[in-house]
Design a protein around this ligand. Structure first.
Ligand SMILES: NC(=O)c1ccc[n+]([C@@H]2O[C@H](COP(=O)([O-])OP(=O)(O)OC[C@H]3O[C@@H](n4cnc5c(N)ncnc54)[C@H](O)[C@@H]3O)[C@@H](O)[C@H]2O)c1
Length: 346
């Protein structure tokens, strides 16, 4: 199964995304697999049975969002310099979104840019993070504040990796899938309502539909000047929830799930969504044990935190509001009082 991303409006070339068991591949160059001990322990043997290279190195960084930082980036760069990687060398990002974002970032800056391939191993990274060329790392000021748009050479999605994924991590990936269906594709949403993602064949089909949706959006707006921002549905609220709970209580996808509920309530208030549609989305999130409730202690400080969002300006907050199911509105023109009245219900 293959999806092509034609990046028509950019200087980068288009690239392919393959959704299938990894094929036997030899790279006639120096290659470094960037991964972490957990993913390496579970799946490096399988990867090494599928790929070979002229020279092959494995670089591991500690596992976790808290290590998506400059220290890990330096560790990878150091290793590449030590092994004399050059502009013709290749990096393989082998792990979840954390590894993918960091490997992408390193490959965007190493000697002003070398090639990398995404081999995502979590559902979230297979359906979302590995596609679209956003790379990054965190610093003390916030998440993903440093990074570049740097497209991978290709994306190899092997659903087999998902068999070892903990249930909660799986759910966090499903939240991003639901996000894409609500914002862009009503048929896809109905498919999700009627099918069970725990079925292997359904899951493969869902990955394909989600990747295709993201690819279509990225092809239209690679650098997020317009429609790509719609993929942040649920994120404006979700980021505040992650922040308030110090990134400890919820996985990113879980916070996004609650964020989607808040965005839906805003849409209902604005008469852009019916109560029945909001309930269908809530039911679908709950089908995968995603959280849909949250207690806001102080609605004013919750609102003020919106201004830390990358999409906000000093004076306005950009919201991604669903219009029914399958369409979306990006707006920085919602009255503060309306948003506060929504927040007061949480
Ligand atoms: N670039 C983008 O467009 C984009 C989009 C969405 C999210 N992201 C980023 O992605 C990151 C989140 O990604 P994630 O949810 O994949 O988190 P993650 O990379 O931290 O992976 C979650 C956990 O699962 C483990 N893991 C990975 N593969 C596994 C497997 N097959 N079996 C068992 N365990 C496995 C990881 O080691 C980790 O402990 C965040 O940093 C977020 O900012 C980026």
């Amino acid at each position: 199964m293959q999806v092509n991303i034609p990046l028509i409006q950019t200087i980068d070339n288009s690239y392919s995304i393959t959704i299938d068991a990894l094929k036997q591949t030899h790279f006639d160059t120096k290659v470094a697999i960037i991964t972490n001990p957990k993913v390496a322990g579970l799946h490096l043997g399988y990867l090494l049975s599928k790929i070979s290279a002229k020279e092959l190195y494995i670089i591991t960084v500690p596992d976790g969002e808290e290590y998506k930082n400059q220290d890990s980036v330096n560790l990878i760069l150091e290793s590449l310099f030590n092994h004399r990687f050059n502009r013709k060398s290749l990096l393989l990002a082998f792990g979840g979104g954390v590894i993918g974002d960091m490997t992408g970032y390193v490959s965007s800056i190493y000697q002003r840019g070398i090639d990398f391939i995404q081999i995502p191993t979590t559902l979230l990274s297979q359906v979302d993070a590995s596609v679209g060329g956003k790379t990054g790392m965190n610093n003390t000021y916030g998440k993903n504040l440093i990074g570049a748009f740097h497209q991978p050479k290709s994306v190899l999605i092997d659903p087999l990796f998902l068999t070892t994924l903990p249930q909660r991590e799986f759910g966090a990936g499903v939240a991003e899938v639901i996000k894409m269906a609500v914002t862009f594709n009503k048929d896809f949403f109905e498919f999700l309502e009627n099918e069970d993602l725990n079925d292997r064949e359904v899951l493969q089909e869902v990955i394909k539909k989600a990747v295709q949706t993201k690819a279509d959006v990225v092809a239209q707006d690679e650098k997020e000047h317009g429609i790509r921002a719609a993929l942040n549905y649920g994120h404006t609220f979700g980021h505040v929830i992650e922040n308030e709970t110090n990134y400890k209580t919820y996985l990113h996808g879980e916070a996004v799930a609650i964020g989607m509920i808040m965005a839906n309530e805003t849409a209902v208030k604005m008469k852009l969504m019916s109560n029945e549609e909001a309930l269908r989305i809530k039911n679908l999130l709950q089908k995968y044990s995603l959280p849909t409730e949250y207690t806001i202690k102080d609605t004013n400080s919750f609102y003020e935190a919106f201004f830390l969002d990358k999409k906000s300006s000093d004076t306005s907050v950009t919201f991604i509001i669903p219009v029914g199911i399958g369409s979306v509105k990006i707006t920085d023109d919602i009255e503060k009082s309306l948003v506060l009245s929504v927040l007061e219900n949480f």
